[in-house]
Design a protein around this ligand. Structure first.
Ligand SMILES: Cc1ncc(COP(=O)(O)O)c(C=O)c1O
Length: 410
């Protein structure tokens, strides 16, 4: 297994039905919850003892997505007071861990009051504020220190959060000062270390090496600073989705096979993942109805209903997003249907900017006005990272194709 199989016919059937009652050019997100359930179950089921899967809800925090994942993940990773309130409104009990830069006092206090299991602290100042809030409440704050360190042999990806100067985490050279400070502050309970140095990791072997380096580093710190009380290491998320070469996805099966060998390095600590993109990207599809097909100089453009204000992923990551054309037979006008055959075409949206481009110069057998273009891998960092209200176009529909009966009650 390298990635979930996309269930195109399931999604296409739904979209054809949606077109029938659209009334206006269709734009829609379709989420295949059964595919999400099966994928997450495979990932969670492949982890050896001592490893836990948290879902980073920033990737997609829609309620049906969270409801599908809650029974399969050990818990959710949140990164704001808004995410904390949203999760606690709907899931009173699910274990939560709180990461992210620039946490406000209100967010830190909320985490203490709403039973967050661990806060991933980003600086000494954040530690000081948290200790002060914990003291005020007569409580103890469970903490992992997020560390930014340059590891030997760290293989860079296209999105690095650490291993170089970034605003994330505590730089390795400041760690001793934090550990010294912690000795005098029993209102903070140090539970372990947190690393999230990168996103877009596509190489399973490189990721195993990275985890190995994290665990060895934690072993050295434990010995050097006498940290016997630790119980976990959070190794972040960062497992990527290959948008550019979709047939070459991260090889999760190979990765999972390598985890038991890492167990010797765990020294009894629980290893937590907090993955976002790799969990939900595959279940989502963004569909646009083509409004016009036109030529300018030597290029063809399919102008479709929607755009980067709905689906910013390709622009955010700087890629041309893969898509399929779903032919639609009906044509409502008494004049010719614009289109191209066996040609290269760029798929653009309705925004008044040349940056509103989702796919660039991609080969199609055929695309005509009235057809649907459908972008897969749109379940993570898609709707949730987009600038929805630019130009005040209507928002797309959001359709959730349910978990199938055999699993619905689980
Ligand atoms: C601290 C932290 N953990 C986890 C994630 C999830 O990363 P990904 O979606 O790449 O798995 C992010 C994403 O930015 C993050 O900042």
């Amino acid at each position: 297994m390298t990635a979930p199989v996309l269930r195109w016919s399931h999604v296409a059937d739904h979209l054809h039905r949606a077109l029938a009652d659209a009334g206006a050019p269709l734009s829609a997100y379709v989420y295949d919850l059964e595919a999400l359930r099966a994928h997450a179950a495979t990932i969670a089921g492949s982890l050896p003892p001592g490893f836990e899967l948290f879902y980073a809800i920033k990737a997609n925090s829609d309620l049906p997505i969270l409801q599908t994942l809650a029974p399969l993940a050990h818990g959710f990773e949140i990164s704001s007071g808004g995410e904390l309130a949203w999760v606690r409104e709907h899931f009173a009990e699910v274990p939560l861990i709180f990461s992210g830069p620039g946490k406000t006092d209100a967010e830190l206090a909320g985490a203490l009051e709403l039973g967050v299991e661990a806060l991933h602290v980003e600086s000494l100042h954040e530690l000081e504020r948290l200790a002060w809030l914990a003291r005020e409440r007569g409580t103890t704050a469970p903490v992992l220190l997020r560390v930014n360190l340059a590891l030997e042999g760290l293989q860079a990806t296209t999105l690095m959060m650490g291993g170089k100067p970034t605003p994330f985490g505590i730089a390795g050279d400041q760690l001793p000062a934090c550990l010294t400070w912690l000795r005098a502050h029993p209102e903070i309970r140090l539970r372990g270390f947190h690393f999230h140095l990168m996103s877009h990791q596509l190489d399973a072997a490189a990721h195993l090496r990275l985890l190995d380096a994290y665990l060895q580093q934690v072993r050295r710190w434990r010995a050097e600073y006498g940290l016997d009380m630790l119980d976990q290491v959070n190794v972040g998320g960062g497992i990527g989705v290959n948008y550019r070469e979709p047939e070459r996805q991260f090889d999760w099966a190979r990765f999972a096979e390598g985890l038991p060998a890492l167990s010797a390095q765990r020294d009894g600590l629980t290893v937590r993942f907090e993955c976002g993109r790799y969990i939900t990207a595959f279940c989502g599809y963004y569909a646009m109805e083509v409004i016009d097909v036109k030529h300018a100089f030597d290029r063809a453009f399919a102008v479709a209903s929607g755009g980067t204000h709905h689906f910013r992923t390709p622009y955010a990551q700087g890629h041309s997003h893969p898509f399929r054309v779903l032919p639609v037979a009906s044509w409502r006008y008494p004049f010719a249907r614009p289109g191209v055959r066996e040609a290269r075409v760029s798929v653009v949206g309705q925004l008044c900017t040349p940056k509103d481009i989702l796919a660039y110069d991609a080969y199609v057998d055929s695309v005509r006005a009235g057809d649907l273009v459908v972008f897969p891998y749109a379940g993570a960092y898609a709707w949730h990272i987009s600038h929805h209200d630019f130009l005040r176009h209507p928002h797309p529909r959001h359709c959730y194709l349910p978990v199938e009966d055999a699993h619905a009650a689980a």
